[in-house]
Design a protein around this ligand. Sequence first.
Ligand code: C5P
Length: 411
Amino acid sequence: MRIIVGITGGIAAYKAPELVRLLKKAGHEVRCAATDHALQFVTRPTLETVSGHPLYCDLFASGGTEHISLKDWGELLVVAPATANIIGKVASGIADDALSTLLLAFSGKPVVMAPAMNSDMWAHPAVQRNIQTLEGWGIRMVGPETGELACGTSGTGRMSEPEDIAEAICNFEFRISNSEKENGDAASSSEFKVQNPKLAGRKWIVTAGPTYERIDSVRFIGNYSSGKMGFALAEALAEAGAEVELVAGPTALQASHPRIHLTRVESAREMYAAATELFPQCNGAILSAAVADYRPGVCADHKLKKQGDEGMTLTLVQNPDILATLGSMKQPGQTLVGFALETDNELANAEGKLQRKNLDYIVLNSLRDQGAGFGVDTNKVTILSRGGSRRDCPLMSKREVAREIVATVTQ
Ligand code: C5P
């Protein structure tokens, strides 16, 4: 591939020449573009020597159109490190130097970014919003990692290691068909996905969203689940190569990937019927739906009228537990993943549920964490395995959390 490595002004810029070297070693042709601030951390001769090409950092050096010729040349643009500044500029459509102008010109072609910044900057709502905007446009993020930061503290914001960025790039399968490539029309698609050999051709079920339990012909008992986490999981599985049966309770969300087959249901019993019918043909299931534990014992076929001045008693009966049922149906080779939303004794309760319901993994999210839970676009989870392993993920977009869960449960 012809890859442009864009470098911005973070301390991690000192690792960029190593990334260029690794990409070249993997057989790619590489050119570099840098911001003025990046050149405070890494020098022009270094980048020109490792890439073997002149550095692009001055918008007007060769008449002011080099961003277009470089855009035509490149098949992939990797920004490493990507500062909060460049992320914000691209999200806002600002093109005020060589690299930001190139990034806008690269519209419609694949872009990967490796964010690097202080953990408080990474957590800032503006940065998180910008990351979501870029991800929504198909820009792929690698990292950031949690660990030691240049400012002397530790937290989330450390740039992924050059080896990991190079490996992630090698794992991206660009959705460019050979005929498009032969026709020289490779620039027509920006979509690409991470290949996962353990998912290609496999079938997985995902449950998503709330359930509505009818009280009468116009009322129901429901909950605040938006379905965003489940839809993101279905997308992540499909992007990685799986065929996905997405069984969703009432939500306005749409599934866009061609490998997702969506079944819409309303109640826990309908979700139970769909999931138990599909599970025997599937390699795995991730049950992220917020299923109502109880439903009204009777559902009136007309609108219930207010009667007298007294209150009203609604008798509830238990719904079937879909996750526990799939746990009892599970055959060797099938993977079952549940979610747990706990408010106290989180770890102990989640571990208990993992054993009791015969799960392979449980994803714990706590409502105590800001930015995690219902309706929001971010989530903070801990993934526990039956074998006793535990992965604490930092606050990330639900898309990123979904990729992390998929990668962990298919190891
Ligand atoms: O036991 P608890 O309801 O907290 O378990 C949550 C997990 O169980 C989630 O994965 C949820 O999708 C699943 N669940 C289910 N059927 C139910 C209730 C919960 O599949 N009736």
